[in-house]
Design a protein around this ligand. Structure first.
Ligand code: CA
Length: 224
């Protein structure tokens, strides 16, 4: 999953990016409101972490523009400790959650998990898909109860597929949600990752089908 961090404090931005990458997210960072706007216009992110006090264009303005483009991207706003007004205004403008600075990275991580899993299986931390169960907190996948080892890339792909079970996912979408700016991942590499993921899921009857020329789809499990 891919997150955009819009934060102009370099050390905070650096800390956020490091921590989020450790949790397995692809992370891009912008340092002012205009860049944030442009990035959100050009890419589809799974979450925006938005400092309200940004130069060039305020975080609130960025948020309003995002929602006026009918984007449903979840937004976590970062506000100054005592600014109750900012929080209320931000939530009213379409933010999904907020954190007051300074905050603990562990709390940020928990909120990020909660926001990014909303799209998955009704927002539960534990997803079941046929013989597959996936624990989003520990990022642990089990097939028929047995743990399965996945590489970071394979887990990233699995999360994208679980979020869109039964729906067509194009290669471009996979690249977009898996990779940060400047990361080169070709269509061929995606095919290789999907192939590996498929091999590991097959023994449990969990199938990723190829939709010729269009992309892939994680088949919905048979009703029990
Ligand atoms: Ca700031």
């Amino acid at each position: 999953m891919r997150i955009l961090v819009a934060e102009d404090d370099p050390s905070l931005a650096e800390g956020l990016m490091r921590s989020l990458r450790q949790s397995g997210y692809a992370v891009d960072c912008v340092t002012n409101g205009e860049e944030a706007d442009a990035a959100l216009d050009a890419n589809e992110f799974d979450l925006l972490i938005l400092d309200l006090g940004l130069p060039k264009r305020s975080g609130l303005e960025v948020l309003k523009r995002l929602r006026s483009r009918k984007s449903a991207t979840p937004v976590l706003i970062l506000t100054a400790r005592d600014s109750v007004n900012d929080r209320v205004t931000g939530l009213d403008a379409g933010a999904d959650d907020y954190l007051a600075k300074p905050f603990e990275l562990a709390e940020l991580a928990a909120r990020v998990r909660a926001l990014t899993r909303r799209g998955m299986a009704g927002g539960s931390a534990r997803i079941s898909h046929g013989a597959l169960t996936y624990d989003q907190v520990g990022r642990l996948a089990r097939l028929n109860g047995e743990p399965v080892e996945f590489s970071a890339r394979e887990l990233g792909l699995l999360e994208i597929f679980l979020q869109r079970a039964g729906r067509l996912v194009s290669k471009d979408q996979l690249v977009n949600h898996l990779c940060e700016w400047g990361e080169e991942v070709s269509g061929n590499a995606i095919e290789v990752y999907v192939h590996r993921l498929r091999k590991k899921l097959e023994p449990g009857g969990v199938r990723i089908v190829t939709v010729r020329g269009l992309g892939y789809s994680l088949e919905k499990p048979e009703p029990q």
